[in-house]
Ligand binder design. Structure first.
Ligand code: HH2
Length: 266
């Protein structure tokens, strides 16, 4: 049974990175067979949608050219769409077009630049907020008022997309994308203001660095807790986000996130 059909149960977007260098699952699903198998598992665990990505956007990640990104994601999407809904996690119009031709129906766009592509292709679009570029975004993120600035940006981009004719527009505050530890916490604390913008909100905190730091403090260890050991922090923040009104969370640990969503809804 999946959570996708009920509007009252928050949805879970399962993460499938077909990359050698993603921060928590890099290299595990680079082979198409392994990627498809994992995607099918995530659907079975209750994911409403699987987000396929061919370029890591972790801080400092090296950019990938469009041809290589397409080579990674298209064979996986073509096979995965038989099992459920697929989104493409990309910043490149060529990759978005190839992914939609392969069957993806949502463009998850961390650059928030591709709304005309989504309008043209007649698919959904996620506008995520990012300050700067992945290569340098964590060098010195600066805001006067992070919550107000992120809200204003997302509201403008969503309105632009709606005017262009995109009928399914999601907004995402972009946890960890050009944000300090405190910026991330401020955005989570005031997530109700993002929800109040009136569009469905997606939140991606899964296994991210801010959690590694909080969990290290809780374990009284000096170094951030390893990404694969951040489940409790991921679920805590996902529950918080769902309770504040997020309609979907983007998660590596789909089974636990789906269970959490059901408990929150109950
Ligand atoms: N986070 C990542 C990638 N894409 N998309 C949205 N909408 N929101 C997010 O928070 C988000 C995202 C980064 O996580 P991951 O895909 O696990 O890592 P990497 O970028 O290293 O592949």
């Amino acid at each position: 049974m999946t959570t996708g059909a009920s509007p009252s149960i928050p949805m879970v977007m399962g993460i499938l990175n077909v990359t050698p260098d993603s921060f928590s699952d890099g290299g595990r699903f680079l082979e198409p067979d392994a990627a498809v198998l994992h995607g099918v598992e995530l659907f079975a665990e209750g994911a409403s949608i699987i987000d396929v990505g061919g370029e890591s956007t972790r801080p400092g990640a090296a950019p990938v050219d469009a041809a290589e990104e397409i080579r990674r994601v298209v064979p996986v999407i073509e096979r995965l769409v038989a099992h459920g809904r697929v989104s493409i996690d990309t910043r490149k119009p060529e990759v978005a077009r190839a992914a939609v031709a392969a069957g993806a129906t949502l463009i998850n766009d961390v650059s928030a630049e591709l709304w005309t592509v989504a309008a043209d292709l007649g698919v959904g679009w996620v506008a995520m907020h990012m300050q700067g570029e992945p290569a340098t975004m964590q060098v010195e993120p600066t805001y006067d008022d992070v919550v107000a600035e992120v809200c204003e940006f997302l509201d403008q981009r969503a309105a632009q997309a709606e005017r262009a004719g995109v009928t399914e527009v999601w907004i995402d505050p972009g946890f960890g994308f050009g944000k300090t530890h405190q910026h991330n916490l401020d955005l989570l604390a005031h997530l109700d203001r993002v929800v109040a913008l009136g569009r469905p909100v997606l939140v991606g905190t899964s296994r991210k660095a801010t959690l590694g730091r909080i969990l290290a403090d809780s374990d009284r260890v000096p170094d951030p807790v390893d990404p694969t050991d951040r489940l409790a922090g991921s679920i805590a923040t996902e529950v918080w986000a769902m309770h504040r009104g997020a309609a979907m969370v983007r998660a590596h640990d789909v089974r636990a996130a789906v269970q959490a969503a059901r408990v929150v809804a109950a």
